[in-house]
Every structure is written in C-alpha cells, then in structure tokens.
Design a protein around this ligand. Structure first.
Ligand SMILES: Cc1cc2nc3c(=O)[nH]c(=O)nc-3n(C[C@H](O)[C@H](O)[C@H](O)COP(=O)(O)O)c2cc1C
Length: 199
C-alpha cells in the first residue's frame, strides 16, 4: 500500500510540513539538521544547521548563527540559498530554495534569544569569530565558558552575536523513494504552481 502522499500534491504538502514542524521540537528527527548551502562568486559551500522554526502560513524556515560567521558575509552579498533535507526512514528528500534575511539585534532576535538556554548561549560568547585560525586545537572558549561558569546575566553579552537567518521559501522540490516507483514533485511557492517531475 502506498502512502496518501504518493501521488497527491495536498498530501505531500501536509507530509513535508508535518516533518518540518516536527523537526523543530524533535531532536531525533533527521529533518532537524539540514544542510544549508550558500554561495558568493566562486565560493559554494554547505554546512549543517539546526532547524529552529517552521511556519507554513508564511512559508518560512529559520536557523540561528553567529553574526561573525563567514556565511553571514556571504549572505550579505548573495541572499539566495538552499536547504537540503533527507529522512532515511521516510525516504524523503526536500530541496528548498530560499531568500535569506539576516536578523541581528532586532525584535526577531530578541524573541529567539529569550528562548535560548544558558548552555547554548556560550557559542555566542567566544572572543574570536568562528573560523578564526588558531596555533593550537581550540574550542575558542575561555575555560569559564567551557565549564559553563557564567551567569545568565553575563551570557547577555552574546546577544550582539546572536543572529536569526529567516529563510523565505521560493520552491520546494520533493523526492520520495519507493520500490514501486519514485515520485518527484516541484512546488513553486512564489507562483503557486505544482508539477510532477521524472525522478
Ligand atoms: C549537528 C550540527 C549542528 C549545527 N548547527 C549549527 C547552527 O544551527 N548554526 C550554525 O551557524 N552552525 C551550526 N553548525 C556548525 C556549522 O555546520 C558550521 O561548521 C559553522 O556554522 C561554520 O560555518 P561557516 O564557516 O560557513 O559560517 C552545526 C554543526 C553540526 C554538526
């Protein structure tokens, strides 16, 4: 028996949004850690990020980063990017093309920062930016940070580096692997068009 989303656009949309929504709260979900790909000129690079928010109504996905990280500089030059998801159990791949908005020290980051726990805040408290080269192997953190020896008040220092990347979805390409025959579909969100593709 094929699942309801085998050949039905509406069911496919329900399926991928439920997977995206689930990934935000479920640490075990494969969709929680997509690859985020962005590029500027000859520089194309992907890295894993944690999906922090999904919003079906507004076609948005969000993740957090450090304002000083190289990908922020890339996005300032070219805000077009892509998020790649794969769930091995479900055999579902999503290729999501997005336009990114960099949020730093504004109401959006304030809201997310409030929910960022004490232990997670230390990533934003390093002296040197992510990607800085080092003579020795390093976490980039002074030992007080490594030992979580800082107060919630002291962690506020990290707010200036805390950044929310808002990804406005343009297209979603769905691929479902099935023994009976794979199914591939394109959802053009901007133009509200759906179509089947040869897998
Ligand atoms: C499981 C996992 C989760 C990660 N989550 C994030 C994240 O949410 N945001 C982020 O900026 N980097 C995250 N990283 C680190 C990035 O993959 C990357 O190494 C780092 O952001 C530097 O990338 P850049 O040089 O392109 O800025 C994560 C890495 C792993 C392995």
């Amino acid at each position: 028996m094929q699942p309801a989303y085998y050949e039905d656009f509406e069911e496919i949309k329900n399926k991928y949004w439920s997977m995206l929504d689930g990934a935000v709260t479920n640490r075990a979900s494969s969709f929680r850690i997509p690859v985020f790909i962005c590029s500027h000129k000859d520089e194309v690079d992907g890295r894993i990020v944690v999906l922090r928010k999904s919003d079906r109504e507004n076609n948005l996905l969000q993740f957090h980063t450090d304002f000083r990280s190289p990908k922020v500089e890339i996005l300032k030059n070219n805000n077009k990017a892509s998020l790649l998801f794969y769930d091995k159990e479900e055999k579902i791949q999503l290729r999501v093309k997005v336009n990114c908005e960099i949020n730093n020290q504004n109401s959006i980051t304030k809201e997310s920062w409030k929910k960022t726990q004490h232990i997670s805040r230390r990533c934003y408290l390093t002296d040197s930016p992510p990607g800085t080269s080092s003579e020795n192997p390093t976490s980039g953190m002074i030992s007080k940070l490594e030992d979580f020896d800082y107060t919630m008040d002291q962690s506020e220092e990290g707010f200036k580096n805390f950044t929310v990347i808002k990804c406005k979805i343009k297209t979603i390409e769905w691929l479902y692997l099935a023994a009976k025959g794979h199914r591939r579909a394109m959802f053009d969100i901007e133009n509200k068009k759906e179509s089947w593709l040869v897998p």
